[in-house]
Design a protein around this ligand. Structure first.
Ligand SMILES: Nc1ncnc2c1ncn2[C@@H]1O[C@H](COP(=O)(O)OP(=O)(O)O)[C@@H](O)[C@H]1O
Ligand SMILES: [Mg+2]
Length: 317
């Protein structure tokens, strides 16, 4: 299919329409639709239990949907799984690889398994594992192990990769290294479907994002579009007392919120509002500190749409 985004025509690598999957009484995927364009990094973002892995498994041809359609690289993944598997790269969630001693061995073995002549050194370089290519797998760090997974998903030179939470449980530095690899895959023109429950990861890597919760897509678009469409506008934040908050409520003629401790937030509607707000703070003669303006982050939007912060949803799952 060709679709117009207004400026250019792009081929859809993945098209999902009204997709549903239940496990018994639990509706894990509840009628979702989205399309992933060729060459883009698309992120399914959502807390544990949102239905991300189920969706990905349907797209990989590992599970059959109950209803709706999925097209992946022009094929029906359930009916044409064999043809599809030659063209996609997959890292399952929670990937572990203990059977083969070193990253170089693992890549060679996988290439043999696929029956392809893989550029082993090129792949190791792509995932930034050249220097650890001979280190025993059990001695690799979490981030390096995840990179072995990425390397294995590349042996068949796939045009489309499914990365299911590739950075979950990694420390920030290792996560950044994996991000670097994913950026490299995008530069090569590969399409990536990435799931994550890290908001900043989606913000950092994805061209477009679909926020999922309880089997549904709540909103989708580029991170900037999501922020623009759902933003409550710019705010001025200042640390100060409840007295200051009350003073500003009376005198700043702007909506004021107080967090009950020391943070005051004023909604700014026009660019001039910031001057009025600062002037009112000054005129109050009261103590204030740490004055700054803030726009909604994807996290702020998520909290507003889902009703709870991601960490609380994670803790419940
Ligand atoms: N094989 C299964 N059998 C029964 N329930 C499942 C199975 N796999 C996932 N679920 C449930 O389906 C929901 C969605 O899970 P999943 O697709 O793994 O979400 P996510 O990847 O976003 O965490 C969760 O409530 C999960 O417990
Ligand atoms: Mg999952």
């Amino acid at each position: 299919m060709r679709e117009s985004d207004g400026s250019r025509l792009t081929e859809a690598a993945i098209e999902v329409s009204s997709l549903k999957k239940a496990y018994g009484a639990l509706q894990a995927v509840d009628g979702i639709s989205f399309a992933v364009r060729e060459g883009e990094v698309f992120s399914l973002l959502g807390p544990n239990g949102a239905g991300k892995t189920t969706t990905i498994e349907i797209l990989e041809g590992l599970r059959k949907q109950d209803a709706g359609t999925a097209r992946v690289l022009g094929t029906d993944p359930w009916a044409d799984g064999y043809a599809l598997h030659k063209k996609i790269g997959v890292i399952p969630q929670g990937f572990k690889f203990f059977e083969y001693p070193t990253p170089r061995e693992a890549v060679k073995y996988y290439a043999a398994l696929f029956g392809v002549k893989a550029d082993v050194e090129g792949i190791l370089a792509k995932v930034l594992l050249q220097d650890s290519a001979e280190v025993y797998f059990t001695r690799l760090s979490g981030g390096q192990k995840q990179k072995v997974g990425l390397a294995l998903s590349l042996v068949n030179d796939p045009q489309l990769l499914f990365l299911d939470e590739p950075t979950t449980g990694l420390d920030p530095q290792a996560r950044r290294a994996v991000w670097e690899v994913i950026r490299g895959l995008k530069r090569e023109g590969r399409t990536v479907l990435l799931t994550t429950h890290y908001l900043e990861e989606a913000e950092e890597l994805a061209d477009r994002v679909a926020i999922m919760n309880k089997g549904r897509i709540i909103t989708s678009g580029t991170p900037a579009e999501i922020i623009t469409n759902h933003s409550s506008g710019e705010r001025l934040l200042v640390h100060g007392s409840e007295r200051l908050a009350k003073y500003l409520e009376k005198n700043a003629s702007l909506p004021v919120e107080f967090d009950g401790r020391d943070l005051i937030s004023l909604s700014l509607h026009r660019k001039e509002d910031v001057m009025a707000a600062v002037a009112a703070i000054q005129e109050s003669g009261l103590e204030w500190d740490d004055l700054r303006t803030k726009r909604d982050s994807l996290e702020d939007i998520f909290v507003r749409l889902v009703g709870e912060p991601m960490e609380e949803l994670e803790a419940k799952a």
